[in-house]
Design a protein around this ligand. Structure first.
Ligand SMILES: [Zn+2]
Ligand SMILES: [Zn+2]
Length: 567
């Protein structure tokens, strides 16, 4: 399109109801005959644009994979048709067990959002049962997982169950991704299994969006428009009159609070069933290097185990051996860790050099996954492995795996003799609004690998704060009391759960102008060039706030807006 003397790429949104005044210009050239959104999806994209204060063009651009022109054919032209499933597609396996009965709220397939807390190991079966019911009602389903590699256990279960009617939209090269997206659009599939871009999958007759591990940070897009899959899925479910299920052993504070107020439904098995399925969790205080006598004796007996620490590597450099100053990275002043025999900056990954004298020899405080693995290798009677990055996927029937939170992935049903959480106190002390809820969720997912107490596995938590509500949530296998207390704490800090948060950078008077724009919470600090503001906005004032922000952007008073920053 010609625009202010230049030719720019543009999206055709639809027909105008009236011809606006002024000059009408012709489209110069059609870039693609494919229609990338219909009116339904456009409504969702407009919602995303408003909620995350991002240009609609950016949102549209992120809602589908980049075009690969060679994949487009005559069949892909025009408005997505109401497709037919392939003629011989059948759902594999026997008819579903009445699993949904276990979840007291039978309405998870009704329009609206439900938090669902599966029993450990049961998410895949509840999810496939729900999708089966959705398909039986003549509608289609999207399952969203936070990670693609290795393929999550629930994703695998859904793809295996629904065979040719389902498609994996997880990873893949650009050509394959675009081809898959075109095929979804053509109506070829009834079930789409995807990571976060799949929330925009061009599926007609959507009946269900299922979000696995809804607390996982992988559900948040980390570039503009910085959307969160949970919010977008809930909005899409509203627009499509579909059901949205947020599945987690331990939910986010937002979800816990929304379930408390009744804004969303909650579905979980009766408490007695939850207790029966819960693992046996014991606590013990840690001794040196995040170990304890109790841990040593359990590791010695275990045929299979997962040991989780917060830190990677072998230890933390504390002091420079050459000059005696505290160890700091010469490039960025970040902390230096020792990993695979080398000192490295944890922040900028530069080779460890003292910020004071430039030397690279440090006194090291040992502790971290590598050190624990070394120690466990001496104690254990089975092989010990350090997680190379693909988590439990590499753990066989026997053996001990040592890793960090990144080790805890959805690997399907796993049974271990021992799951040990070595330094939860360090995880709880981490700054960040979402740190605690993410830690608790990770611990519960890992603890589930020990199986129900009747199975003989156990969970050891090394903590000096056995009474901490987050630790108690794990011991009692009930996350809600802790998460609701977190919700209160967040409200008191001015960032109530469910209130959109923005990080905005701009000129010197930015904070005052944002406050006058209707945001009650504005925290500001002086940044390199101007002001950085953290803003929480009550949902009912979002429209006015957005207009104010756009006005300030137009005036040049705002440089950058990031929605839902990782605080
Ligand atoms: Zn550094
Ligand atoms: Zn030095």
């Amino acid at each position: 399109m010609p625009f202010h003397g230049r030719t720019v790429d543009a999206w055709v949104l639809g027909r105008a109801a009236t011809v606006p005044e002024g000059t009408l210009l012709s489209v110069k050239r059609v870039r693609s005959p494919v229609r990338f959104f219909d009116e339904r999806i456009l409504e969702l994209l407009r919602w995303v644009s408003e909620r995350y204060i991002a240009p609609l063009a950016t949102v549209i651009g992120r809602s589908h994979p980049p075009r690969v022109v060679g994949e487009e054919s005559a069949d892909d032209v025009g408005v997505a048709p109401r497709g037919q499933p392939p003629p011989n597609a059948t759902v594999r396996g026997p008819s579903p067990p009445p699993l949904l009965d276990r979840y007291r709220q039978p309405s998870i397939l009704e329009p609206g959002t439900t938090w669902l807390r599966p029993l450990p190991d049961e998410e895949a079966s509840v999810c496939t049962a729900a999708i089966r019911a959705c398909l039986a009602a003549g509608r289609r389903a999207i399952q969203l997982v936070p990670e693609a590699d290795p393929m999550p256990g629930t994703a695998r279960a859904v793809l295996e169950t629904f065979g040719e009617r389902a498609v994996s939209f997880l990873g893949g090269d650009a050509r394959a991704r675009y081809r898959t997206w075109l095929d979804i659009r053509s109506g070829r599939y009834d079930v789409v299994v995807a990571t976060r871009p799949g929330v925009f999958a061009p599926l007609q007759d959507l009946g269900l969006i299922w979000i696995s591990r809804e607390v996982h940070p992988g559900h948040r897009e980390d570039r503009a428009p910085y959307y969160h899959v949970r919010d977008v899925a809930m909005a899409r479910a509203r627009l499509d009159r579909a059901a949205c299920v947020l599945a987690s052993l331990s939910p986010s504070v937002e979800t816990a609070e929304a379930a408390r107020t009744g804004a969303i439904a909650a579905s979980r098995p009766v408490r007695s069933a939850e207790r029966e399925a819960a693992p046996l969790v014991e606590t013990t205080p840690p001794e040196g290097e995040d170990r304890s006598a109790r841990l040593a004796s359990l590791v010695k007996q275990a045929r299979s185990a997962a040991l989780l620490v917060t830190r990677r590597g072998y230890g933390v450099a504390r002091v420079c051996r050459a000059c005696g100053e505290p160890a700091r990275c010469a490039r960025c002043r970040g902390p230096i860790i020792v990993e695979r025999g080398a000192a490295t900056c944890r922040v900028c990954r530069a080779a460890g050099a003292c910020a004071n004298c430039g030397q690279g020899s440090f006194g090291v405080e040992r502790g971290g996954a590598e050190r624990v693995a070394q120690w466990a290798g001496h104690v254990a009677s089975v092989p010990v492995r350090l997680d190379p990055g693909d988590g439990m996927a590499r753990l066989g029937e026997t053996g001990i795996l040592v890793g960090t939170a990144a080790t805890v992935k959805d690997v399907g049903p796993v049974r271990l003799d021992l799951v040990a959480i070595l330094d939860p106190d360090r995880a709880l002390a981490r700054p960040g609004v979402h740190a605690a809820e993410q830690s608790l969720s990770t611990w519960m997912e890992a603890a589930a690998w020990a199986g129900p107490r009747s199975a003989g596995g156990r969970v050891l938590v090394q903590t000096r704060q056995a009474g901490h509500p987050a630790i108690q949530a794990l011991v009692r296998w009930d996350p809600l009391p802790y998460l609701l207390s977190e919700a209160t704490r967040r409200s008191e800090a001015g960032f109530p759960a469910g209130h959109p948060v923005y990080r905005i950078t701009g000129g010197a008077d930015l904070a005052a102008r944002l406050r006058s724009g209707g945001a009650p919470t504005v925290l500001s600090t002086s940044a390199e060039k101007g002001t950085l503001c953290l803003v929480a906005v009550p949902p009912d004032r979002l429209g006015a706030f957005r207009r104010e922000v756009l006005r300030l952007v137009a005036e040049g008073a705002i440089d950058r807006v990031e929605a839902e920053p990782q605080l």
